[in-house]
Design a protein. Structure first.
Length: 302
């Protein structure tokens, strides 16, 4: 069965262009001209995911994000950002959106972004009723440079986070999006040393180099070390790669709304927005992320 996408976009031209792209990729698409109309559609039938513009009449994208998070926390929202909307986009990510795609990269990035977020949200909806008496879970994983292991691994962690009641469905989707970004960064940019600048224009050069270096020494011999510690009060995630590293102080501020349109740094922006604490080691080969239990969620220890 095709997955259903609701698009909230007040420009008929852009809405129809996006509809064509998504239908061509196998999605079922419904259009709404603003946030109010999108909510009206959702009252009749719930989509699998919402894609929204930010600047719209009657109800803008930020208000739509806040309302959907409150009424339908298991339905993720993807933002379409444009030059000049960086401040409201950064706020919408903090308020509950699951990811974003700059309009300048919409044609090539919207389909994979939807697929990645939907892969996370499907597992979340299947497991939100799982409860047990576990008080803490510690796990250690050793990964090679095959990104295909990431979805089932994150699915496994979703089960653990659900049992420990760290956050609601919306928060769980966002945490898992952040984990995926951290693991992809460790493989592609850490172990394989592939620059995100290669994603400018045609993605094929980027993916070709990833596949090439997975077969070449010294890249193919490097591993990703992933540790998780999940209790009733917080979840801590540590990702370490064996690449050359970088100077963390040289990174542009990923939380600065002005950097939303950059092709690089998107993953780190999502990580810093969705996690409560984020820290790199001095060599840039390790990132530590902490998500604290949401107040009032589950059975956090006193």
């Amino acid at each position: 069965m095709s997955q259903q996408v609701l698009i909230a976009e007040d420009s008929p031209t852009q809405a129809q262009q996006l509809q064509f792209i998504l239908e061509d990729a196998g999605f079922e698409v419904e259009l709404a001209e603003n946030g109010l109309e999108a909510l009206s559609v959702m009252e009749q039938h719930k989509p699998d995911i919402v894609v929204t513009d930010l600047e719209m009449p009657k109800m803008n994208g930020l208000k739509l994000v806040e309302t959907v998070k409150a009424k339908y926390p298991s339905i993720p929202i993807i933002l379409m950002t444009a030059f000049g909307s960086e401040e409201i986009a950064a706020l919408a990510l903090r308020k509950g959106a699951a990811s974003y795609v700059p309009k300048s990269y919409l044609l090539k990035d919207i389909v994979p972004t939807l697929q990645n977020v939907l892969a996370v949200s499907r597992h979340v909806r299947d497991n939100t009723r799982v409860l047990d008496v576990t008080t803490a879970i510690d796990s250690h994983f050793l990964l090679d440079n095959d990104a295909s292991i990431i979805p089932p691994l994150i699915g496994h962690l979703e089960d653990q986070l659900t049992r420990m009641q760290i956050c609601d469905e919306n928060g769980l989707i966002r945490v898992c999006v952040a984990l995926r970004e951290a693991l992809i960064n460790a493989i592609d940019h850490g172990n394989l040393e592939v620059s995100s600048e290669l994603r400018e224009g045609d993605d094929s050069k980027y993916h070709d180099l990833v596949n090439q270096r997975r077969q070449e020494a010294p890249y193919k011999d490097r591993r990703v070390y992933f540790e998780t510690k999940i209790s009733r009060t917080a979840a801590t995630f540590v990702v370490r790669d064996e690449g050359k590293g970088f100077d963390p102080s040289s990174l542009p501020d990923p939380t600065d709304p002005a950097n939303l349109e950059r092709i690089g740094g998107r993953g780190l922006l999502l990580i810093r927005t969705f996690m409560d604490e984020v820290q790199h080691n001095n060599t840039g080969t390790q990132i530590t992320m902490v998500k604290k239990t949401d107040p009032g969620n589950g059975r956090a220890e006193k």
